[in-house]
Write a protein that binds this ligand. Structure first.
Ligand SMILES: [Zn+2]
Length: 473
């Protein structure tokens, strides 16, 4: 089988991947906290996890991908300070916490689908797994890792000698300089396993437990659900680099102390940040967060954003700008046009030539070398430019590469996917309807919007024709 290498945060080394069970891989990804729309930067971690899953599928692994939905317990500060994010969100929106979670879970999956992120095999909500979380806290209590103070049940990190090892935390330094933020906590790094509901307020989400009415801490959900679906030890855990010092450090502590087995996870893979450039940040300060929907409103397809993400290695930070997105859009459009013309000439073939086989090897070596999507994309461009292989061979390779890249080149349609994005066609249809109803104000408004997005309109007897303005990409 093809060899795979990953940079493992646990060992800080690039290592060959060896699954627990031959031919199978279990992957757990920390999912979204559903109290607001996911920002485009949040979506980077899910495109990364999707590429990882696709890579394993491409080379024939039996993959089980599990992702949680944090719909309770994630406090404003990762260190158990402040309010539950769900409670903050609901106050802003006039929904209860359940309604808020439902709204933003739906929005998350809508955005994920537009980015061609495959839905994980198991999507598990924290609120559906209260029993499992309570059971895990009980196990920790029985093994004497916990203590109770006014506001909840806490994990005593001083009892776990390995605490903070992956994150290389300076525990002594932390303790010395620390203001202990929750009254009664024994160590700065101790964290809540179960929080009690405030005495004077009724929460939308609260449950009975052996320790009192309340709700689970954020970290315990990932430990309880990953072990339920993947076992007490499994192959790969993914998340953003921001999770290393607190969330993942606490997951390791809870899981290893509850099961008595280590390591909890063999390979920890962490994705870097996407930051916004100065100009883009300005629009954020006005209160609108940059989402997949807002990219579409500005005339960028979600796939152009996927392309942009794949041009960087997941362990490199990305500085997002509309200039770089525009460049990605232009390159993807060119690529799609080339592929469409190759597809027209392609015929079924029996075997690949040596040159084509070499391209395939290069692609596999790139994608299996710590998921080097940038190098893999470069190989796709090399295939398209290669004059020594036939279009039929090229199309075979493109179809194969696309299983890992996820652009669905096979099913793209010339007009819809390349020249005019679906959202522009929708606007044109809405304008046609407004014209039929003689609603001139609305039709003018829609016309201006379409033109503003870089398209030209020509009215004909059969409705409006739309095309890209010359010079625009
Ligand atoms: Zn998690």
């Amino acid at each position: 089988m093809q060899k795979i290498y990953f940079y493992n945060t646990r060992t800080r080394k690039k290592e060959e991947f060896r699954p627990i069970e031959q031919g199978k891989v279990g992957i757990y990804s920390c999912g979204p906290t559903v109290y607001a729309y996911a920002h485009i930067g949040n979506m980077r971690a899910y495109v990364f996890a999707d590429s990882l899953r696709r890579m394993f599928e491409l080379i024939g692994y039996d993959v089980k991908h599990v992702m949680n939905i944090t719909d309770v317990g994630h406090l404003v500060s990762d260190a158990d300070d402040g309010e539950d994010k769900m409670e903050v969100g609901k106050k802003l929106e006039g929904l209860d916490a359940w309604g808020l979670a439902e709204k933003y879970t739906k929005a998350f999956f809508k955005h994920a689908e537009k980015l061609h992120i495959k839905k994980p095999h198991v999507v598990c909500k924290a609120t559906d797994h209260i029993k499992e979380q309570i059971e895990m806290v009980k196990k920790l209590e029985d093994a004497d890792y916990t203590y109770i103070i006014d506001d909840g049940v806490y994990f005593d990190t001083s009892k776990f000698a390995e605490y903070g090892k992956m994150a290389k935390l300076d525990i002594e330094g932390l303790q010395l300089g620390a203001r202990i933020d929750s009254a009664g906590k024994k160590n700065k790094t101790d964290f809540a396993l179960w929080k009690f509901s405030p005495k004077d307020t009724k929460r939308d989400m609260e449950w009975d437990s052996p320790w009192g009415r309340g709700f689970p801490g954020w970290h315990i959900e990932c430990s309880a659900m990953s072990s339920k679906y993947l076992g007490e030890q499994f192959d790969i855990h993914t998340g953003g680099i921001d999770h290393i010092p607190v969330h993942h450090t606490n997951e390791i502590a809870q899981s290893e102390c509850a099961s008595g087995k280590e390591p909890f996870v063999n390979y920890w893979l962490h994705c870097e940040f996407l930051s916004l450039d100065k100009d883009t940040k300005m629009s954020k300060s006005k209160g609108d967060v940059l989402t997949i929907d807002s990219l579409e409103e500005k005339g960028y397809s979600p796939l152009a954003y996927r392309y942009l993400l794949l041009t960087s290695h997941y362990r490199n930070p990305i500085k997002f700008s509309f200039d770089s997105l525009k460049m990605a859009k232009k390159t993807l459009r060119k690529l799609q046009k080339h592929i469409l013309s190759i597809k027209k000439n392609a015929k079924d073939i029996v075997a690949l030539s040596d040159i084509a086989i070499k391209h395939k090897e290069n692609f596999l070596n790139a994608i299996c070398d710590d998921l080097n999507t940038a190098k893999a994309l470069a190989e796709l461009h090399a295939v398209i430019a290669d004059k020594d292989i036939t279009d039929s061979e090229k199309y075979e390779l493109i179809k194969y590469f696309d299983l890992a890249l996820g652009f669905d080149f096979v099913n793209m349609q010339e007009n819809k996917d390349i020249d005019i994005p679906a959202e522009i066609l929708d606007l044109v249809a809405m304008r046609d309807e407004a014209r039929q109803n003689k609603n001139w104000e609305e039709s003018d408004r829609l016309r201006d919007k379409i033109i503003g997005l870089g398209y030209e309109l020509k009215d004909t007897a059969n409705g409006a024709e739309v095309r890209l303005k010359d010079g625009n990409i």
